[in-house]
Write a protein that binds this ligand. Structure first.
Ligand code: AMP
Length: 459
């Protein structure tokens, strides 16, 4: 646990998105019931149309069945607030817990006993605040009498803040149902997220806090920023995505003003191509590190104009294409480090002059997959000791195959100007939950990366 102990000495800032996750564990009857309610033909037709937003129940059913067929985790925005009653009448929620990348990462790092975790989220209703773990190292920035102070989020909530509830449908590999004459068997465990996208929820730093971002930057060793997928193209008060992205850029520059604090951006799926492109072009060049999953790298490449490569990644999931795509992204956005996680492997791509050796980069990924395996086994990580549970989880059965394909890819592609490392994932066969595993991987990878930079005097 040496590397984890080094990482735990760090102080981390994380913003912006938190929400309440209302989780339903899907069973076969429920899925079948939904298909029968709308009719297999109608569901199939809507699946072909592939709605990007959920405006009516059939949009939901179609995208859910699509996710079940592929077994891939997906998130689709819910834009029609009235559908809450439909959801409430069709599902009961088994668990309510912390959701949103910033919230999940804050709880994870605080539970791992990091020196200090400063979490900022622009909306902090009481119920949201109660989702934070009760740890003294977890702090929320508050401006009082013109000065920056910190309180535990549970002591900093604001009664009238809006609250965002995402509905999460966890599904299990092996679940079987009929779509008309077709029998569908879910290939992987995962989750389908219906994410609330309403006017009142915004991604930004409140104007009173903004001037203190340089001071926060000084106090931490790294920042993990996420939630940009929650920005809408337009708001009824006239503000738009350009406005919020300009502010997001300013936030990063302010955090880095007094000290070049390393910033990791955790990228999540953005259904709208225009917004996706804006987030990439505005923010990637300003951050040091980016993390994403395989579907997201394909989307990003598509937005950058590499549609053939993106299609290949979507269709064949070949390591060689992901390495190629990663190289392109690292170069075009001049990232210090890009981390891509998939179900079977995790990868880092950096420029050749990265201060860490390939072995060190690998050990950072090892820590990341071990943490995720611990979380998948336990459902949550509540103490540093939980890490050991992850160490007992075996590498996935394709581990050797992954290494072989990777060596082939390296031979075929020019990789001399880069460091590219890959490790197979430790995969839990029956995960308690799959929510937040990607965030866990990225938080584990980035913080252990920082810890090693620090040891070398490069932080
Ligand atoms: P994301 O799609 O960003 O939520 O990331 C999910 C990641 O979590 C995958 O890429 C895997 O590396 C990891 N993961 C998914 N399922 C499991 C599991 N059952 N056990 C361990 N790790 C998992």
């Amino acid at each position: 646990m040496g590397l984890l102990d080094d990482a735990r000495e760090l102080s981390i800032y994380t913003a912006y998105n938190t929400n309440v996750d209302a989780i339903t564990f899907l069973d076969e009857e429920t899925v079948q019931g939904l298909i029968d309610e709308f009719g297999a033909e109608a569901v199939r037709k809507r699946m072909d149309e592939y709605p990007r937003e959920i405006n009516e129940p059939l949009d939901f059913v179609a995208r859910l069945v699509h996710a079940l067929k592929t077994g891939k985790p997906m998130a689709v925005p819910l834009v029609n607030e009235e559908l809450h009653t439909w959801f409430d009448s069709h599902f009961k929620y088994d668990i309510e817990r912390m959701g949103g990348q910033a919230g999940i990462i804050a709880n994870l790092l605080a539970s791992l006993d990091f020196r200090r975790v400063i979490v900022y989220t622009p909306h902090l209703a009481r119920k949201q605040a109660e989702m934070f773990v009760d740890r003294p190292n977890l702090l929320y920035p508050v401006v009082e009498d013109g000065r920056l102070t910190f309180r535990h989020p549970r002591e900093a909530y604001r009664e009238n803040d809006p609250i965002k509830v995402n509905r999460i449908f966890e599904f299990r590999a092996g679940t079987t149902f009929k779509l008309g004459s077709e029998t569908v068997r879910v290939p992987f465990s995962g989750r389908f997220i219906v994410s609330a996208r309403f006017e009142s929820i915004r991604i930004y730093t409140e104007p009173e806090l903004k001037p203190f971002l340089p001071e926060i930057g000084l106090q931490v060793d790294g920042a993990i920023l996420s939630g940009y997928q929650g920005i809408k193209l337009r708001y009824s008060d006239g503000k738009d995505a350009n406005h919020y992205l300009r502010e997001a850029k300013r936030d990063i520059l302010l955090l880095k003003r007094e000290k070049d604090v390393k910033v990791h951006l955790e990228f999540a799926s953005i259904q709208n191509r225009e917004l996706r492109k804006k987030v990439i072009y505005n923010l990637f060049p300003l951050v040091d590190s980016v993390g994403m999953d395989e579907a997201e790298i394909a989307h990003v490449l598509n937005a950058l104009g590499y549609s053939k490569l993106a299609d290949r990644i979507f269709t064949y999931n070949r390591i060689e294409d992901t390495v190629l795509g990663g190289k392109i992204l690292v170069d075009e956005m001049n990232l210090e480090v890009l981390q891509i996680h998939t179900i079977y492997y995790i990868m880092y791509i950096t420029h050749a002059d990265n201060p860490l050796s390939e072995g060190e980069l690998r050990s950072s990924l090892e820590l990341a997959t071990t943490l995720a395996a611990a979380r998948a086994s336990l459902g949550d990580i509540t103490s540093p000791e939980d890490f050991k549970v992850g160490m007992k989880v075996p590498y996935n059965e394709y581990g050797e195959f992954v290494k072989l394909r990777f060596e082939e890819a390296k031979r075929r592609l020019r990789t001399r100007e880069y460091k590219v490392v890959i490790i197979p994932t430790r995969l839990v066969r029956n995960p308690v939950s799959t929510v937040g595993l990607g965030d866990t991987i990225s938080a584990g990878a980035f913080t252990s990366y920082l810890a090693m930079l620090r040891k070398k005097g490069k932080l």
